[in-house]
Ligand binder design. Structure first.
Ligand code: G6P
Length: 700
């Protein structure tokens, strides 16, 4: 097939299209009764067993799929990947995540250079660094050992490491080596994620690992600046050197951020973000938590699958078979989704990781040569561990839409429990469901069966299961670091196989760019509106309306504080308004303030005149600060090195805005949000800590 031709134009594709009608005539119940067929649909490798006999496929289907693979030059494409060719053509990059887990003596060339030695030099550096941190020879700024790690990253710099960490957390060997340590992941730019992740952590004993391939991802960089502030506010700016390290391909930006390049762990642009868990992206945080020797087993597991994928014939090749079956389900049988159903709670973050690997890789609309595709690529991946999923969305899988399912089971539980007197162990109870569900989907239950069971006539339609719903079962011997590595690599390569057959570039992700650039425009607008009172402009009606509504909320805390302050404070408020001018607030914003303040003053004046003369509770409260005292509260211009969230309006403090940090509790607010409060109250509105402005305040 010529490289620019579409696979759908080949005879092999058309043969499969014609074959669909034959398959649709045959129920899975009948296919399952053919033992020879079922035997041929089992593949073993290194103690694992793949059973794909519950796919809506015959041996003829499989043969036709192999022919399709040949027409798509699958083997050649796999070889090009392993030999470091720039198969990611739109970014002109090699795709070499297999080199990240290659044995030390393996030779993998890219651009005329063996990349394996540099992979191992970073692995050696991680080993040495993680051992120093774990043994307490690398300590924090106050001399304490760093027992907790927060890894900041998003997308591929987060999901893979989170999946592996979650899977290892209950593995007995990993538990032993992680004793006394914590690993947390901060991904979302939502300040709630920060609050959740630093709760209970002490900056003195925390190491922050900033993980970003590009070191430009907006969310990661804002989170990194926020935790840098968290560390330097508690321990002083020089503590950052001891408490922050980075993983990136962009070491120049790492240094610019203020992290010592010696404390940076590199990877390379031939590692795609979603394929980077075996680089320092995953290896560093996981080694800090579990020790390098555990992580090395994970790499070894992945490497065995790389070897298997590269060398096994199609009919014994697990990733190839899985990839071709997915193409069959999506492109020929027309099933757009796939459910990933691990019967192991340890794999609860597997589906979220595979969602990115699969959907970002294969959700494309054009061929690798830019030709619009007449067929759909990619699939909608979702999943949940069994048996939880059974009590959630399995109804739809059994009687609603047809969703091909991947059942993943483990022979030996990480945490076996067998209660005296119980019929089976807890793991056997779980696995009973793993074995039962695929048959329920395949066979279903007929009206005749229900009649024989004397089910009431009117309930028969409701209790009938059509069956004929495809699934496959993958049974792993256990779930340790090694098997986790294998599982990861099986899915990575399966997804590559799908992309190779569909003729797309599975290694770029241009589709994520548009939303990011539109967010930049919104960010500019929010900044201009918040700092200069500029009206929303340049957006469509819907976005303008939403943005205007969102920005209105900005004034509510100010209004509330204003209301709270007015009695007896008019002069000070007037002075404060002058100060707002001085601080650079625009004329319209300040005028809005003046109008609000005077309206409210008038209102309160009337209320007071009408009242019986009893002093209000506000009058009895302790007075707030004078303007002179207010000047003593630490006050900053936003600088790039600082990024914080205002606890009154809950918005990030942006470039060009003024803010104050309260001494003692160190809560931070926009100056315009907190000043009116401070004129009235001598406490922090968040924690109620009394405000003490005596002493030196220039320490922040
Ligand atoms: O690692 P980073 O450069 O920070 O990128 C993080 C993520 O950013 C984008 O969303 C990309 O689509 C992802 O593929 C990538 O994993």
């Amino acid at each position: 097939m010529a490289s620019s031709a579409l696979i759908s134009d080949t005879q092999r594709w058309k043969d499969l299209k014609d074959h669909v009608e034959d398959i649709k005539k045959t129920h899975l119940r009948d296919l399952m009764s053919d033992v020879k067929r079922c035997q041929s649909m089992m593949v073993e490798f290194d103690g694992m067993l793949l059973d794909y006999s519950r796919q809506q496929a015959t041996l003829e289907t499989i043969d036709k799929l192999f022919k399709l693979a040949t027409a798509a030059n699958l083997k050649q494409k796999i070889n090009l990947m392993f030999s470091g060719e720039h198969i990611n053509s739109t970014e002109n990059r090699a795709v070499l995540h297999v080199a990240l887990r290659a044995p030390r003596d393996k030779v993998i060339q890219s651009d005329g250079k063996n990349v394996v030695p540099e992979v191992w030099s970073v692995l050696d550096k991680i080993k040495e660094f993680s051992e120093r941190v774990r043994s307490g020879s690398w300590v924090g700024a106050t001399g304490k050992a760093l027992k907790d790690v927060v890894a900041i990253g998003i997308g591929g710099s987060f999901l893979g490491p989170l999946f592996v960490h979650t899977a290892l957390q209950t593995d007995p060997e990993a538990i032993e080596s992680a004793r006394g340590r914590q690993l947390r992941f901060l991904a979302n730019v939502d300040p709630i994620d920060i609050a959740r992740n630093i709760t209970g952590l002490n900056p003195e004993t925390t190491l922050v690992v900033v993980v970003s391939k590009t070191f430009t991802t907006a969310e990661t960089m804002l989170n990194a600046r926020t935790l840098r502030e968290w560390i330097s506010a508690a321990l002083g700016p020089s503590a950052v050197a001891k408490h922050m390290v980075a993983v990136s391909t962009n070491l120049t930006l790492v240094e610019k951020f203020g992290i010592d390049p010696n404390n940076a762990f590199a990877f390379w642009d031939w590692v795609g973000g979603r394929y980077s868990v075996c680089s320092a992206v995953g290896v560093l945080p996981l080694s800090l938590q579990y020790g390098f020797s555990v992580v090395e087993k994970f790499l070894k597991g992945a490497s065995t699958i790389d070897e298997h994928f590269y060398s096994a014939p199609y009919d014994k090749n697990i990733p190839v078979l899985l990839g071709l079956l997915s193409v069959w389900n999506v492109s020929f049988l027309g099933y757009p989704a796939r459910a990933i159903l691990p019967y192991s709670q340890a794999l609860e973050k597997f589906a979220p990781h595979i969602q990115q690997v699969s959907m970002e890789s294969n959700g494309k609309g054009v061929s690798i040569d830019g030709v619009p595709l007449p067929y759909e690529t990619g699939e909608i991946d979702f999943g949940e561990p069994g048996t939880n999923g059974q009590h959630s969305f399995y109804q739809l899988i059994h009687q609603g839409r047809v969703i091909p399912c991947d059942f993943i089971g483990i022979v030996k539980s990480q945490q076996p429990v067998y209660l005296k007197g119980e019929v089976v162990s807890n793991h056997d109870e779980l696995m009973s469901n793993f074995f039962a569900q695929p048959d329920a989907l395949a066979y279903g239950k007929t009206a005749e069966q229900l009649q024989k069971e004397n089910v009431q006539q009117h309930l028969i339609p409701h209790k009938t299961f059509s069956g004929n719903r495809p699934s496959l079962s993958l049974l792993l011997p256990s779930l340790n670091a090694y098997n986790i590595g294998q599982l990861l690599a099986i899915y990575e390569h399966r997804i590559a196989v799908q992309g190779f057959v569909w003729g797309i570039n599975s290694f770029d992700q241009w589709g994520v760019e548009l939303g990011k650039s539109l967010a930049t425009q919104v960010r500019k607008q929010l900044h201009a509106s918040r700092t200069k009172g500029e009206p929303v402009k340049g957006f469509n009606f819907s976005t303008s309306t939403l943005l205007t509504r969102y920005l209105e909320v900005f004034f509510q805390p100010l209004l509330a504080v204003t209301l709270d302050l007015l009695l007896g404070r008019q002069v000070q408020i007037f002075l404060l308004i002058l100060q707002l001018f001085y601080q650079g607030f625009s004329f319209p914003l300040v005028i809005t303030y003046v109008v609000i303040c005077y309206l409210v003053i008038d209102l309160f004046g009337e209320v007071e005149e009408e009242s019986s003369g009893t002093p209000s509770s506000k009058d009895e409260e302790s007075p707030g600060l004078s303007l002179l005292e207010l000047q003593k509260v630490p006050y900053f211009d936003y600088a790039i090195s600082r990024s914080v969230v205002c606890a009154v309006c809950l918005d990030g403090i942006q470039n060009g805005e003024k803010y104050r940090m309260l001494p003692g509790c160190r809560h931070v607010y926009h100056a315009c949000c907190i000043d009116l409060w401070l004129l009235r109250r001598l406490s922090c509105p968040t924690c109620r800590a009394p405000l003490n402005i005596t002493g030196s305040l220039d320490n922040v």
